[in-house]
Design a protein around this ligand. Structure first.
Ligand code: SF4
Length: 403
Protein backbone atom coordinates (compact mmCIF):
# COMPACT_ATOMS: atom_id res chain seq x y z
CA UNK A 1 0.00 0.00 0.00
CA UNK A 2 1.41 3.33 -0.98
CA UNK A 3 2.02 5.97 1.64
CA UNK A 4 0.95 8.56 -0.95
CA UNK A 5 -2.43 7.42 -2.23
CA UNK A 6 -2.89 10.27 -4.73
CA UNK A 7 -0.43 11.86 -7.05
CA UNK A 8 0.76 15.39 -6.49
CA UNK A 9 -1.09 16.82 -9.48
CA UNK A 10 -4.39 15.50 -8.12
CA UNK A 11 -3.55 16.90 -4.72
CA UNK A 12 -2.62 20.35 -6.01
CA UNK A 13 -5.79 20.47 -8.05
CA UNK A 14 -7.84 19.64 -4.99
CA UNK A 15 -6.19 22.19 -2.75
CA UNK A 16 -7.68 25.10 -4.68
CA UNK A 17 -11.20 23.83 -4.15
CA UNK A 18 -11.42 25.09 -0.56
CA UNK A 19 -13.67 23.59 2.06
CA UNK A 20 -14.52 23.31 5.69
CA UNK A 21 -13.34 20.62 8.06
CA UNK A 22 -13.65 19.74 11.71
CA UNK A 23 -11.04 20.29 14.37
CA UNK A 24 -11.00 17.70 17.12
CA UNK A 25 -7.95 18.68 19.09
CA UNK A 26 -9.83 19.17 22.31
CA UNK A 27 -10.85 22.05 24.48
CA UNK A 28 -7.38 23.48 25.06
CA UNK A 29 -6.74 23.91 21.36
CA UNK A 30 -10.17 25.41 20.85
CA UNK A 31 -9.42 28.05 23.45
CA UNK A 32 -6.12 29.03 21.87
CA UNK A 33 -5.53 32.72 21.68
CA UNK A 34 -3.16 32.81 18.72
CA UNK A 35 -3.71 34.45 15.39
CA UNK A 36 -4.71 32.62 12.22
CA UNK A 37 -1.99 32.40 9.57
CA UNK A 38 -1.97 35.25 7.07
CA UNK A 39 -2.42 34.30 3.41
CA UNK A 40 0.69 34.93 1.38
CA UNK A 41 -0.13 34.86 -2.33
CA UNK A 42 1.24 31.72 -3.93
CA UNK A 43 3.49 31.12 -0.97
CA UNK A 44 3.27 29.43 2.39
CA UNK A 45 1.15 31.43 4.89
CA UNK A 46 2.92 33.21 7.73
CA UNK A 47 2.23 33.61 11.42
CA UNK A 48 3.80 35.52 14.32
CA UNK A 49 6.38 33.57 16.30
CA UNK A 50 5.19 34.15 19.85
CA UNK A 51 5.93 37.68 20.98
CA UNK A 52 9.13 38.04 18.98
CA UNK A 53 7.53 40.40 16.47
CA UNK A 54 8.72 38.07 13.67
CA UNK A 55 6.15 36.79 11.22
CA UNK A 56 7.40 33.50 9.83
CA UNK A 57 6.20 30.72 7.51
CA UNK A 58 4.05 28.06 9.15
CA UNK A 59 6.52 25.44 7.94
CA UNK A 60 10.28 25.66 8.17
CA UNK A 61 13.02 23.58 6.63
CA UNK A 62 14.69 21.16 9.02
CA UNK A 63 18.24 20.17 8.12
CA UNK A 64 18.86 17.07 10.19
CA UNK A 65 20.02 15.35 7.04
CA UNK A 66 22.86 15.41 4.57
CA UNK A 67 22.68 18.63 2.59
CA UNK A 68 24.20 19.58 -0.75
CA UNK A 69 27.14 21.87 -0.10
CA UNK A 70 27.21 23.18 -3.66
CA UNK A 71 23.57 23.89 -4.40
CA UNK A 72 20.85 22.43 -2.23
CA UNK A 73 17.75 22.23 -4.41
CA UNK A 74 15.47 21.64 -1.43
CA UNK A 75 16.56 24.84 0.30
CA UNK A 76 16.14 26.84 -2.90
CA UNK A 77 12.72 25.36 -3.64
CA UNK A 78 11.69 26.08 -0.06
CA UNK A 79 12.77 29.69 -0.48
CA UNK A 80 10.80 29.94 -3.70
CA UNK A 81 7.71 28.69 -1.85
CA UNK A 82 8.14 31.24 0.95
CA UNK A 83 9.90 28.94 3.40
CA UNK A 84 12.66 31.28 4.47
CA UNK A 85 13.01 29.94 8.02
CA UNK A 86 15.81 27.39 8.16
CA UNK A 87 16.44 25.24 11.21
CA UNK A 88 19.84 23.65 11.67
CA UNK A 89 22.11 22.41 14.46
CA UNK A 90 25.77 22.01 15.14
CA UNK A 91 25.43 18.24 15.39
CA UNK A 92 23.41 17.67 12.19
CA UNK A 93 25.29 15.60 9.64
CA UNK A 94 28.45 16.20 11.65
CA UNK A 95 28.40 19.95 11.02
CA UNK A 96 27.85 19.58 7.28
CA UNK A 97 24.25 20.84 7.51
CA UNK A 98 25.33 24.15 9.05
CA UNK A 99 27.91 24.62 6.32
CA UNK A 100 25.27 24.02 3.65
CA UNK A 101 23.06 26.65 5.29
CA UNK A 102 26.00 29.08 5.13
CA UNK A 103 26.47 28.35 1.43
CA UNK A 104 22.75 28.80 0.84
CA UNK A 105 22.81 32.16 2.63
CA UNK A 106 25.55 33.34 0.29
CA UNK A 107 23.58 32.18 -2.72
CA UNK A 108 20.52 34.13 -1.57
CA UNK A 109 22.84 37.09 -1.14
CA UNK A 110 20.82 39.01 1.42
CA UNK A 111 21.09 37.84 5.01
CA UNK A 112 17.91 39.68 5.98
CA UNK A 113 15.86 37.48 3.66
CA UNK A 114 16.47 34.42 5.81
CA UNK A 115 15.57 33.52 9.38
CA UNK A 116 18.27 31.08 10.49
CA UNK A 117 17.98 29.10 13.70
CA UNK A 118 20.69 26.85 15.06
CA UNK A 119 21.09 24.61 18.06
CA UNK A 120 23.95 23.43 20.24
CA UNK A 121 23.77 20.36 22.44
CA UNK A 122 25.69 20.28 25.69
CA UNK A 123 24.85 17.54 28.18
CA UNK A 124 23.42 18.73 31.47
CA UNK A 125 26.71 18.05 33.31
CA UNK A 126 28.92 19.98 30.91
CA UNK A 127 26.47 22.77 30.04
CA UNK A 128 27.51 26.30 30.99
CA UNK A 129 26.78 29.72 29.56
CA UNK A 130 30.43 30.08 28.60
CA UNK A 131 30.47 26.76 26.72
CA UNK A 132 27.30 27.65 24.82
CA UNK A 133 28.86 30.99 23.81
CA UNK A 134 32.00 29.24 22.58
CA UNK A 135 30.02 26.70 20.61
CA UNK A 136 27.82 29.37 19.05
CA UNK A 137 30.98 31.15 17.91
CA UNK A 138 32.01 27.92 16.17
CA UNK A 139 28.57 27.67 14.54
CA UNK A 140 28.81 31.23 13.25
CA UNK A 141 32.29 30.51 11.93
CA UNK A 142 31.11 27.36 10.13
CA UNK A 143 28.13 29.14 8.56
CA UNK A 144 30.18 32.28 7.86
CA UNK A 145 27.50 34.34 9.56
CA UNK A 146 27.72 37.29 11.91
CA UNK A 147 24.57 36.29 13.74
CA UNK A 148 21.79 33.76 13.88
CA UNK A 149 18.18 34.75 14.27
CA UNK A 150 17.43 32.16 16.91
CA UNK A 151 19.74 30.16 19.13
CA UNK A 152 18.38 27.07 20.85
CA UNK A 153 19.97 25.04 23.62
CA UNK A 154 19.43 21.64 22.05
CA UNK A 155 17.75 18.72 23.81
CA UNK A 156 17.17 20.65 27.03
CA UNK A 157 15.42 17.99 29.06
CA UNK A 158 16.40 19.27 32.48
CA UNK A 159 15.24 22.32 34.43
CA UNK A 160 18.87 23.30 34.91
CA UNK A 161 18.76 24.73 31.36
CA UNK A 162 16.37 27.45 32.48
CA UNK A 163 18.24 28.49 35.58
CA UNK A 164 19.31 32.18 35.76
CA UNK A 165 22.77 31.43 34.27
CA UNK A 166 21.17 30.33 31.02
CA UNK A 167 18.50 33.01 30.92
CA UNK A 168 21.34 35.50 31.27
CA UNK A 169 23.10 33.69 28.42
CA UNK A 170 20.13 34.54 26.19
CA UNK A 171 20.36 38.19 27.18
CA UNK A 172 24.11 38.24 26.56
CA UNK A 173 23.76 36.69 23.12
CA UNK A 174 21.18 39.30 22.16
CA UNK A 175 23.31 42.16 23.50
CA UNK A 176 26.37 40.89 21.65
CA UNK A 177 24.33 40.72 18.44
CA UNK A 178 25.18 37.05 17.93
CA UNK A 179 21.59 35.86 18.24
CA UNK A 180 18.41 37.87 17.91
CA UNK A 181 16.28 35.40 19.88
CA UNK A 182 16.87 32.63 22.38
CA UNK A 183 15.19 29.38 23.37
CA UNK A 184 15.57 25.64 23.71
CA UNK A 185 14.48 22.40 22.10
CA UNK A 186 13.07 19.51 24.08
CA UNK A 187 11.85 16.10 23.02
CA UNK A 188 10.74 13.65 25.55
CA UNK A 189 8.59 13.28 28.62
CA UNK A 190 10.17 16.51 29.83
CA UNK A 191 8.15 18.56 27.32
CA UNK A 192 5.20 19.48 29.61
CA UNK A 193 7.51 20.32 32.52
CA UNK A 194 9.93 22.38 30.43
CA UNK A 195 7.14 24.33 28.72
CA UNK A 196 5.44 25.04 32.04
CA UNK A 197 8.65 26.14 33.75
CA UNK A 198 9.62 28.35 30.83
CA UNK A 199 6.18 29.99 30.98
CA UNK A 200 6.56 30.60 34.72
CA UNK A 201 9.81 32.50 34.16
CA UNK A 202 7.81 35.39 32.74
CA UNK A 203 10.41 36.16 30.06
CA UNK A 204 13.78 35.16 28.71
CA UNK A 205 12.67 32.29 26.47
CA UNK A 206 11.51 33.48 23.05
CA UNK A 207 10.80 30.14 21.41
CA UNK A 208 10.64 26.43 22.16
CA UNK A 209 11.02 23.65 19.60
CA UNK A 210 9.29 20.55 20.93
CA UNK A 211 7.97 17.19 19.91
CA UNK A 212 4.26 17.40 19.10
CA UNK A 213 2.07 15.28 16.87
CA UNK A 214 -1.29 13.64 16.34
CA UNK A 215 -0.48 10.83 18.75
CA UNK A 216 -0.52 13.25 21.67
CA UNK A 217 -4.06 14.64 21.46
CA UNK A 218 -5.87 14.12 24.71
CA UNK A 219 -2.68 14.50 26.74
CA UNK A 220 -4.07 16.89 29.33
CA UNK A 221 -0.74 17.71 30.98
CA UNK A 222 0.82 18.58 27.63
CA UNK A 223 -2.19 20.66 26.60
CA UNK A 224 -2.02 22.69 29.80
CA UNK A 225 1.69 23.27 29.30
CA UNK A 226 1.16 24.44 25.72
CA UNK A 227 -1.59 26.78 26.90
CA UNK A 228 0.73 28.26 29.55
CA UNK A 229 3.61 28.72 27.12
CA UNK A 230 1.31 30.31 24.56
CA UNK A 231 -0.10 32.68 27.15
CA UNK A 232 3.45 33.65 28.14
CA UNK A 233 4.11 34.73 24.56
CA UNK A 234 6.64 31.99 23.81
CA UNK A 235 6.94 31.02 20.15
CA UNK A 236 5.90 27.38 19.73
CA UNK A 237 7.50 25.30 17.01
CA UNK A 238 6.44 21.68 16.59
CA UNK A 239 8.86 18.98 15.46
CA UNK A 240 8.60 15.22 14.90
CA UNK A 241 5.10 15.98 13.69
CA UNK A 242 4.91 12.84 11.58
CA UNK A 243 5.35 10.62 14.65
CA UNK A 244 6.84 8.17 12.25
CA UNK A 245 7.11 4.47 12.88
CA UNK A 246 8.82 2.00 10.53
CA UNK A 247 7.23 2.14 7.08
CA UNK A 248 6.24 -1.52 7.07
CA UNK A 249 4.17 -0.99 10.22
CA UNK A 250 2.51 2.27 9.18
CA UNK A 251 1.59 1.19 5.69
CA UNK A 252 -0.60 -1.69 6.81
CA UNK A 253 -3.15 0.91 7.95
CA UNK A 254 -4.30 2.61 4.72
CA UNK A 255 -5.17 6.31 4.83
CA UNK A 256 -8.11 7.29 2.64
CA UNK A 257 -8.59 10.89 1.62
CA UNK A 258 -9.59 12.86 -1.44
CA UNK A 259 -7.35 15.73 -0.45
CA UNK A 260 -4.29 14.67 1.43
CA UNK A 261 -1.79 11.88 1.70
CA UNK A 262 -0.90 10.61 5.16
CA UNK A 263 2.12 12.88 5.61
CA UNK A 264 0.11 15.94 4.64
CA UNK A 265 -2.75 14.93 6.94
CA UNK A 266 -0.36 14.65 9.89
CA UNK A 267 0.91 18.17 9.19
CA UNK A 268 -2.61 19.53 8.82
CA UNK A 269 -3.54 18.01 12.16
CA UNK A 270 -0.77 20.00 13.87
CA UNK A 271 -1.57 23.24 12.04
CA UNK A 272 -5.17 22.82 13.18
CA UNK A 273 -3.89 23.57 16.67
CA UNK A 274 -3.80 27.35 16.53
CA UNK A 275 -1.34 27.54 19.39
CA UNK A 276 1.41 26.17 17.18
CA UNK A 277 3.26 28.89 15.29
CA UNK A 278 5.27 26.74 12.92
CA UNK A 279 6.26 23.19 12.05
CA UNK A 280 9.89 22.23 11.61
CA UNK A 281 9.87 19.68 8.81
CA UNK A 282 12.80 17.73 7.51
CA UNK A 283 11.99 17.70 3.81
CA UNK A 284 14.24 15.19 2.14
CA UNK A 285 13.51 15.90 -1.54
CA UNK A 286 12.11 18.62 -3.78
CA UNK A 287 8.96 16.52 -4.16
CA UNK A 288 8.64 16.39 -0.41
CA UNK A 289 9.02 20.19 -0.27
CA UNK A 290 6.24 20.57 -2.84
CA UNK A 291 3.92 18.19 -1.00
CA UNK A 292 4.41 19.84 2.35
CA UNK A 293 4.15 23.40 1.08
CA UNK A 294 1.03 22.48 -0.90
CA UNK A 295 -0.52 21.21 2.32
CA UNK A 296 0.51 24.43 4.09
CA UNK A 297 -1.10 26.55 1.38
CA UNK A 298 -4.25 24.50 1.11
CA UNK A 299 -7.30 26.13 2.72
CA UNK A 300 -8.92 22.69 3.00
CA UNK A 301 -9.16 21.47 6.57
CA UNK A 302 -9.06 17.87 7.67
CA UNK A 303 -12.46 16.25 7.75
CA UNK A 304 -13.76 14.47 10.83
CA UNK A 305 -13.23 11.18 9.01
CA UNK A 306 -9.58 12.07 8.36
CA UNK A 307 -9.05 12.96 12.02
CA UNK A 308 -10.64 9.69 13.03
CA UNK A 309 -8.31 7.80 10.70
CA UNK A 310 -5.32 9.45 12.40
CA UNK A 311 -6.70 8.50 15.80
CA UNK A 312 -7.16 4.94 14.59
CA UNK A 313 -3.63 4.83 13.21
CA UNK A 314 -2.29 6.13 16.54
CA UNK A 315 -4.21 3.47 18.47
CA UNK A 316 -3.32 0.58 16.22
CA UNK A 317 0.39 1.37 16.05
CA UNK A 318 0.98 2.68 19.57
CA UNK A 319 3.19 -0.28 20.43
CA UNK A 320 5.63 0.92 17.79
CA UNK A 321 5.87 4.51 19.03
CA UNK A 322 7.65 5.56 22.19
CA UNK A 323 6.28 8.88 23.41
CA UNK A 324 9.40 9.57 25.46
CA UNK A 325 7.73 9.52 28.89
CA UNK A 326 10.97 8.28 30.45
CA UNK A 327 9.88 9.15 34.00
CA UNK A 328 7.40 6.26 33.78
CA UNK A 329 9.71 3.44 32.72
CA UNK A 330 13.11 4.62 33.91
CA UNK A 331 11.89 5.17 37.45
CA UNK A 332 10.92 1.49 37.56
CA UNK A 333 14.33 0.04 36.80
CA UNK A 334 17.44 -0.09 38.95
CA UNK A 335 20.49 1.83 37.76
CA UNK A 336 20.89 4.45 35.08
CA UNK A 337 19.38 2.74 32.06
CA UNK A 338 18.16 5.31 29.51
CA UNK A 339 15.24 3.65 27.81
CA UNK A 340 13.61 6.64 26.09
CA UNK A 341 16.86 7.84 24.52
CA UNK A 342 17.57 4.41 23.09
CA UNK A 343 14.02 4.26 21.69
CA UNK A 344 14.47 7.70 20.13
CA UNK A 345 17.76 6.77 18.49
CA UNK A 346 16.12 3.62 17.16
CA UNK A 347 13.33 5.79 15.71
CA UNK A 348 15.94 7.99 14.01
CA UNK A 349 17.33 4.85 12.42
CA UNK A 350 14.12 3.01 11.51
CA UNK A 351 11.78 5.85 10.58
CA UNK A 352 13.91 8.83 9.63
CA UNK A 353 16.77 6.76 8.17
CA UNK A 354 19.33 8.91 9.98
CA UNK A 355 21.47 5.86 10.52
CA UNK A 356 24.84 7.53 11.07
CA UNK A 357 23.69 10.10 13.61
CA UNK A 358 21.58 7.45 15.39
CA UNK A 359 24.68 5.26 15.77
CA UNK A 360 26.74 8.17 17.06
CA UNK A 361 24.14 9.12 19.64
CA UNK A 362 23.82 5.50 20.74
CA UNK A 363 27.58 5.18 20.94
CA UNK A 364 27.77 8.28 23.16
CA UNK A 365 25.68 6.60 25.87
CA UNK A 366 27.68 5.25 28.78
CA UNK A 367 27.62 1.44 29.26
CA UNK A 368 25.39 1.70 32.32
CA UNK A 369 22.92 3.85 30.34
CA UNK A 370 22.77 1.29 27.52
CA UNK A 371 23.23 -2.21 28.92
CA UNK A 372 19.99 -3.91 29.87
CA UNK A 373 20.83 -7.62 30.00
CA UNK A 374 20.93 -7.78 33.80
CA UNK A 375 18.18 -5.22 34.36
CA UNK A 376 14.71 -6.32 35.42
CA UNK A 377 12.36 -4.60 32.95
CA UNK A 378 9.11 -6.26 34.03
CA UNK A 379 7.69 -3.34 36.04
CA UNK A 380 8.73 -0.78 33.43
CA UNK A 381 7.11 -2.79 30.65
CA UNK A 382 3.93 -3.21 32.65
CA UNK A 383 3.75 0.54 33.28
CA UNK A 384 4.45 1.65 29.71
CA UNK A 385 1.30 3.44 28.44
CA UNK A 386 2.20 2.49 24.86
CA UNK A 387 2.48 -1.19 25.82
CA UNK A 388 5.90 -1.40 24.25
CA UNK A 389 7.90 -4.59 24.66
CA UNK A 390 10.85 -2.69 26.10
CA UNK A 391 13.34 -5.55 26.14
CA UNK A 392 12.60 -6.42 22.54
CA UNK A 393 13.08 -2.79 21.41
CA UNK A 394 16.28 -2.30 23.39
CA UNK A 395 17.63 -5.48 21.84
CA UNK A 396 16.71 -4.13 18.41
CA UNK A 397 18.46 -0.84 19.19
CA UNK A 398 21.62 -2.71 20.20
CA UNK A 399 21.46 -4.88 17.10
CA UNK A 400 21.18 -2.02 14.60
CA UNK A 401 22.99 0.80 16.38
CA UNK A 402 26.00 -0.82 17.97
CA UNK A 403 27.54 -1.97 14.71
S1 SF4 B 1 9.13 2.92 26.67
FE1 SF4 B 1 7.02 3.40 27.21
S2 SF4 B 1 7.15 4.31 29.28
FE2 SF4 B 1 9.21 4.34 28.40
S3 SF4 B 1 9.44 6.32 27.45
FE3 SF4 B 1 8.70 4.96 25.85
S4 SF4 B 1 6.48 5.11 25.88
FE4 SF4 B 1 7.22 6.01 27.81
Amino acid sequence: MSKHPMDRRDFLRNTVAGGVGFGVLGAAAGEAMSQAPAANEGKVPRKPLGSTGEVLPIIQMGTCQTMDLKYDRRLHRCFQMGVDHIDTAQMYADGQAQKAVGVFNKQIGDRKKLFIATKVYLGVQEASAQRFKEELDKCLHDMELEYVDLFYMHMAHDERYIEPEFIQLGEDLKKSGKSRFFGFSTHDGSVPRMLTKAAELGGGIDAILFRYNFRQYGNVELNRAIDAAKKAGIGLVAMKTLAAIPDDSEEIVPFRSENFNLVQAKLKAVWADERIDSICSQMSSVEHVMENTAAAMSPVKLSMDEYMQLHRLAALTSEHYCTGCHHICESRVAGKLRIADQMRYLMYHESYHECESARKLYDALRPEERDFDRVDLAEATKACPQRIDIRERLAKARQVLSA
